[in-house]
Design a protein around this ligand. Structure first.
Ligand code: SF4
Length: 462
């Protein structure tokens, strides 16, 4: 029987007044066995909630009366109380197969669960989706969802997922769209397999069969040193340029046919092809910001707005259902990054501000390069942007979010003393790097700065 473990009870909340305690296990709410926080939320919103609770092996009923829609005040240990639906695909580009040995077990969980798609924006392939799931999505209006497409050609999709059901599971996508569910798609492009003409056909397939898709993100595969897949390799510059040309051509066609751009290429492609990023309005409402699409343009815009004393429009961060779930923990890449906000004041000589070093991934350094002079001017101190090579994963892994403690430590060990070191919080999840280490393990103190342009400017201001 699925149970939800309480990890915290908000002081003064209805749950606290009713005597609920951390460690309690919730068995039922209003007589319903709850499988996940989605059902939990629906029951917890009621003005009268009867909880069947197990504490110390004994079961008891607890009644909570409150205003309808008011939170109970419980934090729960997980979002899904029965088993997370794991993925039965074996994609050759899957990053989980490319992790170095010895990493935390939780990072190796291959989920393919539409509930986590709804809660956290994880992409699902729908290969394990069922009629009952469709009925639940429609009944509870679980929207938006995020679906991995990769190719609309059945054989290519089955080959990429290494799963025969990959050839047919996009029928569920059509059913979701027909029922009015908002769905965002993604295509992970693997050179030689689903790029070039196959990508062109995929976007034709989107227009032809799935015109209701809200957006499709086109992202390159990541290849670490630990892949065992001989077919998987990074894009060449020419291949990246071709991807951009295809997406650009299809944006025009989608605009003409649907009045929307629909397809967006990831920031990484512009860096690989050494092309300027599009203007912010070319990303519309940044529907795939969390997927690395439009982040660079938005970041530079935030820096410029902060320098000009303007408030940058906040766009692109989709909290969705998660914003109003009472009790669900933050998981995956949407977990809180860090609660740390440490400013270390170092002065080399009286009155002279300490030199500043911004540590970032190779791609982040390229993006910062376009505003480096402005940032130096605002800092009023010598400023360096240091790209940290990702030796932990190796390969073509250059995004800042995958930097680990050992990589940052290596750079800090060789850095001169007496500097301020700034590190974006995107490298952390719940205060830890991917390898499990924390900023406290680094050889020098670092200042953790929120990963947006305005926060960086504010951290640099004397
Ligand atoms: S569907 Fe996702 S988790 Fe599953 S093998 Fe493919 S990339 Fe990995």
């Amino acid at each position: 029987m699925p149970t939800a473990r309480v990890v915290a009870v908000a002081p003064g909340s209805p749950a606290a007044a009713a005597g609920l305690l951390p460690g309690d296990e919730l068995l039922t709410l209003n007589g319903e066995m709850v499988r996940d926080v989605i059902r939990y939320q629906i029951q917890a919103d009621e003005p009268r909630v009867e909880l069947e609770v197990r504490r110390g092996g004994l079961e008891q009923l607890v009644l909570v009366e409150k205003d309808a829609g008011a939170p109970l005040g419980l934090d729960l240990a997980s979002a899904v109380f029965d088993r997370v639906r794991t993925c039965d695909n074996h994609c050759p580009f899957c990053f989980i197969y490319q992790l170095p040995p010895g990493m935390r077990k939780s990072l190796s969980l291959k989920d393919d669960d539409y509930r986590l798609s709804f809660l956290y924006g994880n992409f699902t392939t729908l290969t394990r989706f069922t009629e009952a799931d469709l009925e639940r999505v429609l009944t509870e209006q679980l929207s938006p969802l995020y679906v991995s497409i990769h190719s609309t050609d059945p054989d290519t999709r089955a080959r990429l997922l290494r799963n025969r059901r990959g050839a047919t599971s996009l029928r569920w996508l059509a059913a979701l769209l027909d029922a009015g569910i908002e769905v965002h798609g993604q295509v992970v492009v693997c050179p030689g397999i689903n790029d070039g003409d196959v990508l062109d056909d995929t976007l034709l397939g989107v227009l032809d069969r799935f015109p209701g898709l809200a957006s499709v993100g086109i992202v390159p595969l990541g290849v670490s040193d630990h892949t065992t897949e001989l077919e998987m390799r990074p894009h060449t510059r020419a291949e990246a340029e071709r991807v951009l040309d295809i997406v650009d051509a299809w944006q025009s066609r989608f605009l003409a046919a649907l009045g929307r751009r629909v397809a967006y290429a990831s920031d990484e492609y512009f860096l690989l092809a050494d092309r300027p990023f599009p203007a912010l309005d070319a990303y519309d409402d940044l529907p795939q910001h969390e997927n690395g699409i439009g982040m660079a343009t938005q970041f530079v815009g935030e820096v410029r707005a902060e320098l000009a004393g303007e408030i940058a429009a906040v766009q692109g961060t989709r909290t969705g259902f998660f914003a109003w779930v009472d009790g669900a923990p933050a998981e995956g890449y949407r977990a809180p990054r860090s609660t740390e906000s440490v400013r270390v004041e170092l002065r080399t000589t009286p009155g002279a501000p300490a030199p500043i070093t911004i540590l970032t991934g190779a791609y982040g350094a390229q993006v910062l390069g376009s505003v480096a002079d402005d940032l130096s001017a605002v800092a009023g101190a010598p400023l360096r942007v240091v790209p940290v090579a990702n030796q932990f994963f190796g390969g073509n892994i250059s995004v800042t979010g995958l930097l680990t403690g050992p990589d940052v430590a290596r750079v800090l060990t060789d850095a001169p003393a007496g500097e301020r070191f700034l590190l974006p919080d995107v490298v952390l999840s719940n205060g830890r790097f991917l390898d499990g280490s924390t900023p406290a393990d680094l050889p020098r103190p670092v200042e953790i700065v929120a990963t947006d342009g305005a926060s960086l400017v504010r951290a640099l201001r004397p």
